[in-house]
Design a protein around this ligand. Structure first.
Ligand SMILES: Nc1ncnc2c1ncn2[C@@H]1O[C@H](COP(=O)(O)OP(=O)(O)OP(=O)(O)O)[C@@H](O)[C@H]1O
Ligand SMILES: [Mg+2]
Length: 223
């Protein structure tokens, strides 16, 4: 069974949102970006500048999954799929491990990442004592701390209150790297530069948030 069919687009905007019905294919598109899903036909190419702004070259995640995963920071919808260590500080430290930083720098990055999402005072509590929204923020913090060259967020605000939703929106605005996210939060989608509406494995509207989100609302309300 094909999940996606005839999906073809080039993303050059800094903030791109995918919206669409449950099961329409948004997460599948995102998963192609870091080789969690490999297309059976067609291909995905990443062309991301280097960390210092230098040209990064083109990477095909299907051919070079490890390279793609080192470039793409992926935040899952379900934080429990991602948060694996006993405490927040250890979890962020784990995601930093492959950077092989000196201990002091690693600790500073862990502290800054937790502080950014308001979890500085929860650094050493058991992860299971965090609320589910706090775990979602921890997952975002752990991925951001690694300094990804592309940030992919799959429904990053589903568990969050209004204030923390705003924090995530501000983070999306402020990170310097491109962001591709899937969301049912139409305010978050509206704050992006471009919105793609996914329906039944196809892109049925694509462009500025105003008209595409109107098209999405009409689509949802009509059925
Ligand atoms: N590995 C898989 N094998 C078979 N079918 C899959 C697989 N992954 C996803 N699907 C199916 O593909 C379709 C699209 O799923 P996807 O997770 O991309 O939807 P989505 O748009 O992210 O939905 P939601 O808003 O509920 O998160 C669904 O019908 C799903 O059941
Ligand atoms: Mg999904």
């Amino acid at each position: 069974m094909s999940v996606l069919r005839g999906v073809s687009f080039a993303l050059t905007e800094r903030r791109v949102a995918l919206v669409g019905a449950n099961g329409s294919g948004k997460s599948t598109v995102l998963r192609c970006l870091n080789a969690l899903v490999t297309p059976t036909a067609g291909r995905v190419l990443l062309d991301l500048p280097g960390a210092d702004g230098s040209p990064g070259g083109t990477v095909d995640p299907a051919r070079s999954p490890a390279v793609a995963r080192s470039m793409v920071g992926f935040v899952f919808t379900d934080p429990d799929a991602q948060v694996v260590m006993p405490t927040p500080a250890e979890d962020v430290a784990l995601s930093l491990r492959r950077l092989r930083l000196p201990r002091a720098e690693r600790d500073a990055r862990v502290a800054a990442a937790l502080d950014h999402v308001g979890l500085a005072d929860r650094a050493d509590v058991p992860v299971h004592d965090l609320s589910s929204g706090q775990r979602q923020l921890l997952a975002v913090a752990a991925v951001l701390a690694t300094g990804p060259r592309l940030l992919v967020l799959d429904e990053p605000t589903t568990l969050l209150d209004r204030r923390n939703t705003r924090l995530v929106r501000r983070t999306v605005d402020e990170v310097r790297v491109p962001v591709v996210l899937a969301t049912h939060d139409l305010e978050l989608a509206a704050s992006c530069d471009r919105v793609l509406v996914v329906e039944d494995g196809r892109v049925v509207a694509d462009g500025a948030p105003g008209p595409t989100l109107t098209a999405y609302r009409d689509l949802m309300d009509a059925t």
